[in-house]
Design a protein around this ligand. Structure first.
Ligand SMILES: C[S@@+](CC[C@H](N)C(=O)[O-])C[C@H]1O[C@@H](n2cnc3c(N)ncnc32)[C@H](O)[C@@H]1O
Length: 232
């Protein structure tokens, strides 16, 4: 059974901020299956326009923190909160650095995951929204290895990524850190302009097959274990 859809949100995008796309909406849909209440604390890592932060608030979360490395994205998330009648606690920072010492019930993230020409990450510009090193895993690896530090016991991560940058590796890192992992959603989408432009490079690296024009996105749902009663 699918949960009821919320009222449509009004999301504005400032120039230079990632336009919400198929990946954003796949994660927004997955969010509707989570039980969120006025007591829920949600962290949206890599927020962009704040579309997912606003969706979390609309789905019932009482406190939503949105983090992005881009100043403009942080302003955009705050603005979209106001436009949708909710306060988004928007902070600039590098992944979880901006929420050090805080704990959340749910972390959602649609990070950069497109394999790039080089491992060096861009330090400015819209490319920061998708470039993720040669294997596309620069941000995913860091999120998978550190998210347990900002989750309450029993808390959940919903992480979006493309299959072509390796789902098994993400699952393995999360499991290494005590998280129980499942794939909660999958969707095939046509390559966008960035993927089309990089097709030759991706083919040469064996990340896609010749003539491939679609990729599969997945939502990895991971839950932090609770301490067993015997260990308390
Ligand atoms: C694919 S976009 C996703 C935007 C939005 N969550 C959505 O789904 O529409 C990735 C975002 O990650 C941000 N970003 C890149 N590196 C980051 C980092 N180290 N820490 C926080 N945000 C980062 C980019 O600025 C960009 O806004």
């Amino acid at each position: 059974m699918s949960p009821e859809k919320e009222e449509p949100m009004m999301i504005l995008r400032l120039p230079g901020v990632y336009r919400p796309q198929h990946d954003t909406s796949l994660l927004a849909d997955a969010l509707l299956f989570e039980h969120l209440t006025a007591r829920s604390r949600v962290l949206d890592l890599c927020t962009g326009t704040g579309a997912l932060a606003v969706a979390a608030s609309a789905a019932g979360a009482g406190h939503v923190v949105a983090v992005d490395i881009s100043r403009r994205a942080c302003a955009n998330a705050r603005l979209n909160g106001i436009l949708n009648g909710t306060l988004i606690d928007s902070r600039r920072g590098d992944l979880t650095e901006a929420v050090h010492g805080e704990l959340f019930d749910l972390v959602i993230s649609n990070p950069p995951y497109v394999p790039a020409l080089a491992d060096d990450l861009p330090t400015a510009g819209i490319e920061r929204a998708w470039d993720a090193g040669k294997d596309g895993r620069a941000l995913i690896d860091r999120i998978a290895a550190t998210v347990h530090e900002v989750l309450v016991p029993g808390g959940t991560l919903l992480l979006l990524q493309s299959v072509l940058c390796g789902v098994d590796k993400t699952e393995a890192i999360l499991e290494e850190h005590g998280m129980a992992v499942e794939i909660s959603a999958r969707k095939y989408i046509p390559f966008g302009p960035v993927m089309r432009e990089r097709r030759t490079m991706l083919e040469a690296r064996g990340l896609i097959t010749t003539g491939q024009e679609i990729e599969q996105l997945v939502i990895i749902r991971a839950t932090k274990s609770r301490p067993s009663p015997n260990s308390m």
